[in-house]
Design a protein around this ligand. Structure first.
Ligand SMILES: *[C@@H]1O[C@H](CO)[C@@H](O)[C@H](O)[C@H]1NC(C)=O
Ligand SMILES: *[C@@H]1O[C@H](CO)[C@@H](O)[C@H](O)[C@H]1NC(C)=O
Ligand SMILES: *[C@@H]1O[C@H](CO)[C@@H](O)[C@H](O)[C@H]1NC(C)=O
Ligand SMILES: *[C@@H]1O[C@H](CO)[C@@H](O)[C@H](O)[C@H]1NC(C)=O
Length: 378
């Protein structure tokens, strides 16, 4: 062989090698969520904070990652002094605290509460006649489209979410599909979107007053029966719902459903978070227990799908495991509203799959259910 033949062969071998390598890299990309690092796709690997924090120091304790609407990653801080954007919102909230100190049963008090926070919080009413939604601009025009003889649902989102999120929309659509009800979505995203968690966490109290006074208005001036009111709240929205429940003057409302109520800053005092005293029936779905969500049984009935902890099925990405598992609670609740076969849970039995004589989890849970329930889901 002459020199040029050897050169040609070397050159061709090089091309082939590069092509093969490229193909391998395209098909098997080097990624942080590869099988050796993260839980398998079906989430069967036991979740370990140590394992996770080896790769991502501070994840889950100092910060968490949410997935944005376009799949982008949003870093949000559980503590510390990250960028305090949105902090000026507290000016309004402070005015509000002064107002609450002078609480009364007068209509003018409810009107003042409504006007102070209307820049920050809003309600949109959805009914079968008005599936597009009617934004409540003032207390007086709530009567448009609202029917006090029907049951009324309130959906409240959590941290890093909004009233137009999938969370709220899917639950609302499920409710309207299943029954002829009034559905209000409360949007407090101006505060909830602040990426430093202590800000929206501290705002849950004033925002709960706003929700409570709106419901007090419906009860006292529009003729709603408190028993017909059901609050559904996810994450920090669960605490807002609980706090609002205890401020209803005419007596307890029928039901509050807490979807993975937020744990950080709500981990010490059982009275300073949603609990079973807040309505006649309080049901809780735990899906990120011990991390972003409360682990303790705090309602009348507490459901722990897939053990109640992260990673939940379908939450495969290592660095998104916590926010994904936290979100599983609302997905399961939304599903429970419309599926023909209820998601049956077994009392006190952790290991059984689904049980025949189980109690349905989610919307169809009967109000006499008591205790802790377990089930496996997709
Ligand atoms: C989950 O995935 C692992 C690895 O891919 C597999 O071995 C296991 O059988 C799967 N388990 C279930 C319940 O699907
Ligand atoms: C209010 O709702 C009830 C029950 O769905 C229905 O019978 C009634 O016609 C409704 N009233 C109005 C004004 O739409
Ligand atoms: C509920 O959803 C089902 C399936 O999408 C649809 O066929 C049905 O018409 C809906 N019912 C109402 C009342 O919206
Ligand atoms: C619930 O109410 C009872 C009776 O008022 C009270 O003793 C208990 O501490 C309350 N529990 C919580 C968690 O707030």
């Amino acid at each position: 062989m002459n020199k040029s033949a050897i050169l040609l062969i070397t050159f061709l071998c090089g091309i082939i090698l590069i092509s093969v390598l490229t193909a391998v890299l395209v098909y098997f990309p080097v990624s942080k969520s590869s099988a050796t690092d993260g839980p398998p796709e079906n989430g069967t690997l036991k979740y370990s904070r140590e394992m996770m924090q080896k790769e991502y120091p501070g994840l889950g304790t100092d910060y968490v990652i949410f997935e944005g609407d376009n799949g982008e990653k949003i870093y949000a801080y559980l503590k510390g002094d990250g960028p305090m954007q949105g902090y000026d919102l507290f000016n309004n909230l402070n005015v509000f605290t002064t107002l609450v100190a002078s609480a009364s049963t007068d209509l003018s008090y409810i009107q003042d509460v409504f006007s102070v926070l209307e820049e920050i919080v809003s309600f949109t009413l959805y009914t079968r006649e008005h599936p597009e939604g009617i934004k409540v601009e003032s207390l007086e025009d709530v009567a448009d489209g609202f029917n006090a003889t029907r049951k009324t649902k309130f959906i409240t989102h959590g941290w890093m979410s909004s009233g137009s999120s999938e969370t709220c929309m899917n639950i609302k659509e499920g409710f309207l599909n299943r029954s002829d009800v009034n559905v209000f979505i409360m949007d407090w995203s101006l505060v909830a979107d602040v990426i430093v968690y202590p800000v929206p966490a501290a705002a849950t109290r004033p925002i709960s007053v706003y929700l409570a006074e709106f419901v007090n208005y419906l009860i006292e001036y529009v003729g709603v029966d408190p028993i017909d009111v059901h609050f559904v709240g996810h994450s920090l929205g669960a605490h807002i719902s609980g706090f609002a429940g205890r401020q209803i003057r005419a007596g307890k409302i029928g039901r509050i459903t807490g979807l993975d109520p937020a744990l950080p800053l709500f981990d010490s005092n059982p009275e300073e978070r949603i609990n079973h005293n807040d309505s006649h029936f309080v049901d809780i779905i735990h899906t990120c227990a011990g991390f972003l969500g409360i682990e303790d049984a705090i309602g009348h009935a507490d459901f722990y799908p897939n053990g109640g902890t992260a990673p939940q099925p379908g939450c495969s990405y290592f660095d998104l495991t916590e926010s994904c598992s936290h979100g599983k609670s609302w997905k399961l609740f939304a599903k429970s509203i419309t599926i023909p076969d209820p998601l049956l849970a077994c009392k006190d039995k952790k290991d059984k799959k689904q049980c025949e004589d189980g109690v349905p989890m989610g919307e169809p849970t009967p109000s006499h259910a008591r205790g802790t329930y377990y089930l496996k889901t997709d």
